[in-house]
Ligand binder design. Structure first.
Ligand code: VGL
Ligand code: ZN
Length: 197
C-alpha cells in the first residue's frame, strides 16, 4: 500500500519564514492534489524547544549555516525555526490537513536534531514511524515537502535502509541548496536506491 509522506510544510520553511526555502510555497497545491491518490497521508512537523542545539543563537559566536561538531557527528547550525507552539511551527495555511492520518513531530529533544522522519541525527534513536507504517501495511512510500536536500533526503534514504520502497516526487519538493547540498543529496539518494520522479 502507498503512503504520501509530506515533510515539514511549515510557515518557517516557506517564503517569509525563519528558514525559508526558496519557492517553498509553490508546492502546496501540488501536494494537496496528490493526497487523494494515496492509501495514507502522513505529515511531519519540525518541532524544536527554544534551547535546541541546532539553533545557531544557542552557540555564542556561531554563525547561522556554519557547521559544528555534536556528540553524534557534524551538525549545521540553523537560524532559530519551528519553535514549539510558535506561529512559524504551524503548517502552512494552504496545506490540506483534513486528509492527514498521522502528524509526526520530530526534533523535540534539546540536544539532538532530527532531519529524518525515521531517526534522529544520531542515526539510531527511532521516531516510531517505521513501526506505524509496517503495522498498517504501508510499504511504498512517496516523499514530498521541504527541504529536499535535508529532511526529505534523509527520510527517503532511511526508508530504503529500513526495507521500504522510496520515491521522491521532485515537482513537489524544494531545496535549501547550501554549498551544493542539493546535488550531493540527489547523488546520495540515487546511490541508496531512492527513485527521483
Ligand atoms: C529542516 C533544517 C533544519 C528540513 C529542518 O525540514 O529540511 N532543515 N530543520
Ligand atoms: Zn529543524
Amino acid at each position: 500500500m502507498r503512503a504520501l509522506i509530506v515533510v515539514d510544510m511549515q510557515v518557517d520553511f516557506c517564503p517569509g519564514g525563519a528558514l525559508a526555502v526558496a519557492r517553498g510555497d509553490e508546492i502546496i497545491a501540488p501536494i494537496n492534489a496528490l493526497m487523494p491518490r494515496f492509501d495514507a497521508v502522513i505529515l511531519t512537523q519540525d518541532w524544536h524547544p527554544a534551547d535546541h542545539a541546532s539553533f545557531a543563537d544557542n552557540h555564542p559566536g556561531a554563525a547561522p549555516y556554519s557547521t559544528t561538531q555534536m556528540p553524534y557527528g557534524p551538525q549545521v547550525l540553523w537560524p532559530r525555526h519551528c519553535v514549539i507552539g510558535s506561529d512559524g511551527a504551524a503548517f502552512h495555511a494552504g496545506l490540506d490537513l483534513s486528509r492527514a492520518d498521522l502528524i509526526l513531530r520530530k526534533g523535540f529533544r534539546p540536544g539532538i536534531d532530527s532531519y529524518s522522519a525515521f531517526f534522529e541525527n544520531d542515526r539510531s534513536t527511532a521516531t516510531g514511524l517505521a513501526g506505524y507504517l509496517r503495522d498498517r501495511g504501508l510499504d511504498d512510500l512517496h516523499f514530498v515537502g521541504l527541504a529536499q536536500d535535508f529532511c526529505v533526503a534523509w527520510s527517503a534514504m532511511d526508508a530504503m535502509r529500513l526495507g521500504f520502497t522510496a520515491t521522491v516526487i521532485e515537482t513537489a519538493t524544494r531545496a535549501i541548496d547550501l554549498n551544493g547540498s542539493l546535488e550531493a543529496a540527489r547523488d546520495a539518494m540515487r546511490a541508496a536506491g531512492v527513485t527521483l520522479a
